[in-house]
Design a protein around this ligand. Sequence first.
Ligand code: 4AD
Ligand code: MG
Length: 430
Amino acid sequence: MTVRISEFQNHVGESVTIRGWVYNLRSSGSIAFFQLRDGFGFTQAVFSKNDVSEDMWNQIQSVTIESSVSVTGVVTPHPKKENVFELQATAVEIFQIAQEFPIGKKEHGPDFLLDNRHVWIRSQTQWAVLRVRSEIMTAIFDWMRENGYTRLDTPILTANACEGTTDLFELPYFEEKKAYLAQTGQLYLEAAIASLGRCYDFGPVFRAEKSKTRRHLTEFWMMDAEAAFMTHSENMDAQEDMVCFIVRRVLERCRQEFEIVERDVSKLEAIQKPFPRLTHADAVSRLQKMGSDIQERDDLGADDETKLTNEFERPIFIEKYPAEVKAFYMKRDPNDETRCLNADLLAPEGYGEIIGGSERESDLDMITKRIIEHHLSPDVFSWYLDLRRYGSVPHSGFGLGLERIVTWICGRHHVRESIPFPRLLNRLEP
Ligand code: 4AD
Ligand code: MG
């Protein structure tokens, strides 16, 4: 019977077949060991020369690292480790003998690994990160569903900018028109709340950002959520609840993955409600005391976010940024018209921004004024302005960067390891 390695605990003492890849092997005279993975788990198969035919033994000896094989044997408990099983193997069938594998045991630099990303994703650490990524996505879908949000797919080809015009990818679009790759689906979600009440999208977005930091990709996955009648503070409540839900879910389901990436899970267990809420003004004065040269109305820089979040065990909200450093659609704070009713959610341990959100300006005249102030063209926003003409309501939303949250949860250094095939300033391949 063909089984998955992850199902071994149900087959102890039985003869089973697994299909996969030999990621390591060694042989000592009359015994051969294959380290095997099948996509679902990892195990060791042990062959004994005395138990197999000469032809079979020769086939075993011909296997190289990363060869694809099927192995048949009896599942036995590991002699020392609990809940770990091995295969006392009796037969191997070879799909393909691999050529010399480019990634070896020696340390490789990041560029070499990224050039070989198509085969690097086979490594245990990358396997674990990809699995956690998938689990986080599923958790987000579940949270959204439980909280009344309908999924809405927003277009990737758009005519207008949303998050500023400096980092737009532009492409020709028939008869001398121009299209841009979407930076966010937000504006379309704002249209759809008048149909669905609450909705979200989840897909790739694009930013032609010339930044080479550990937090920036040029193509990344964003989940945007939007809700009618939601206030700025309720918007933060929702994000807080969702992040706690995600963390609980991965703690339940991704223990093996966290062991592989050597994540200190006590740091994740500490993620509980409520998350501290600081105003931008508070954050600036704290940072100045810590030696930062940030000025009163500056955006937080990457270093500032790192400094600040190292001080906290939980994610923190920084609210009410100066309007001039944020997007045109944000509603202003009625108590200080120079600031927005917005918040960035920063992950602890130095990770920084994982979510950006705000209440939206819902007044027709005001939003028109903001569009002009931001040097955006009211023409391409005419459909968006209709939303303020026909049944405008107070509403709020937020956008979560998937790779940022995966990087934090997995305790990785750079976002490029949190997406299967990263697109960076200097990288379009593989
Ligand atoms: O803060 P941002 O730019 O917000 C928006 O786009 C809003 N329209 C979202 C909304 O309200 N619906 O981006 C949202 C999140 C950031 O908090 C960050 O996690 C991630 O997207 N992000 C990036 N991730 C990787 N690489 C980049 N270049 C990123 N830029 C933003
Ligand atoms: Mg942001």
